[in-house]
Every structure is written in C-alpha cells, then in structure tokens.
Design a protein around this ligand. Structure first.
Ligand SMILES: Cc1cc2nc3c(=O)[nH]c(=O)nc-3n(C[C@H](O)[C@H](O)[C@H](O)COP(=O)(O)O)c2cc1C
Length: 196
C-alpha cells in the first residue's frame, strides 16, 4: 500500500475481533507514532501500548465511573452526552473492546501537546491500515485527563506528574467478513479547499 492509498482507505473501525494483535505489529505501529513530526522536534510524546486485558478492563471501568458521575446536560458536546448516557446505564465501553489501545500523553505545560499527539495518532492509524488492522481515534481519556482517579491509575502505569493524556487509538483485527478493515470510500463533503 502506498501512502496515498493508506490515507484514502483508512476508515474508523469500531467492531473488533477478540483476537490479540501480534507484538511485532504493535511495535511497528508505535514506531510509526514515534516518527511523527513534533513541534521544535521536542519528541515529548509518551506512548503506552496496552494489550494487557486487566489494564484495559480497569480503564474501561474507570472511564465508565467518571462519565456516570457527570451531569447530563443538553448543551454538552453530543459525543460527551452519549458517553454520559451510556455510562449511567452501565454499558459504556469507550475502546470498543479493541484488544490493544495506544494511549499517548504529552507535557501538560507545552503548547503543541495535542498537535504532536494527533500527528502521532494519524501515523499509527495509517500504519495499522497498512498492516491490515483496524483502528479508531479515541478521545475519552483526553476529556477525562484531569480526573483524579484516572490520573492516579495512569500514574501507576508510568504517566509522569507533568504529563496528561491527549489522545488514544484503539487497534485490532476488524470484525468483518473478510477479517480486513472496512476500507470503503468516504467522500469528504466538508473540509473546504481554496487553490490560489
Ligand atoms: C480529534 C478526534 C477525536 C475523535 N474521537 C473519537 C472517539 O472518541 N470515538 C470514536 O469512535 N471516534 C472518534 N473519532 C473518529 C471520527 O469520528 C472519524 O474519524 C470520523 O467520523 C470520520 O470517519 P473515518 O475515520 O471512518 O474516515 C475522532 C476523530 C478525531 C480526529
């Protein structure tokens, strides 16, 4: 797959097989993330490649409890309302049960934190596509990146005091008939362009 093909055929996957992802593939994917550009070449992203089911289960529980405790208000961002609603019903799985989740943190006091992390996430999603794996950008740990209970747990996994999570990416084999990720075209109707 060439780069343009990888870009144009990458689609978000939200249904995964319960099949673990080979360590070698996860290494390639996180390496693609490490090679993403960073502002001023700071290279201050911190990657947590999580495939331990107990750690994933704990994160799912903590995310669900954090959202369940929030007030559901109509003025909130729609996806956030959805997370709160499902969590209050007790059936919210923010990572779609993907067998791997790469959580990316950066320095809290650094102006390019989210930009650096987003570049890394896109690189990793493209690498996943190349490796016939599905992926999905996951924002919930960013929304909850000041939640004290989640912070404490993430610190027990190695997050530094000065770091916060800015994105994560769910990765796994797609639950499709072919076992390959959905690569259906999704023509863009927004994202305006001017050639001058
Ligand atoms: C900043 C950002 C945050 C996103 N957060 C989520 C998320 O939390 N959960 C989710 O299912 N998809 C999330 N997405 C994926 C988008 O919904 C998806 O990219 C978009 O609908 C276009 O579909 P495609 O990726 O299949 O082309 C996010 C994407 C971006 C760029």
């Amino acid at each position: 797959m060439n780069t343009l093909e990888a870009i144009l055929t990458r689609r978000s996957t939200r249904k995964f097989l319960a099949k673990s992802v080979e360590r070698e593939k996860l290494e390639k994917i996180v390496e693609a993330g490490r090679y993403a550009p960073t502002g001023g070449n700071c290279q201050s992203n911190h990657f947590f490649v999580i495939s331990n089911p107990d750690v994933l289960k704990k994160l799912v529980e903590l995310v669900q409890s954090a959202f369940a405790a929030m007030e559901l208000r109509e003025d909130l961002y729609k996806s956030l309302q959805n997370s709160i609603r499902l969590s209050q019903k007790g059936n919210y799985v923010f990572n779609y049960n993907a067998p791997a989740l790469i959580v990316v943190a950066s320095q809290k006091e650094y102006g390019n934190n989210m930009a650096d992390v987003a570049c890394a996430v896109e690189n990793m999603m493209l690498a996943a596509n190349e490796l016939d794996l599905g992926s999905c950008y996951i924002n919930q740990l960013k929304w909850l990146n000041e939640d004290p209970t989640l912070l404490e747990y993430l610190r027990s996994l190695g997050l530094k005091e000065s770091e916060r999570v800015y994105a994560s990416v769910a990765i796994g084999y797609a639950d499709t008939e072919s076992g390959l990720p959905n690569r259906k075209e999704s023509p863009r109707t927004g994202n305006l362009v001017e050639f001058l």
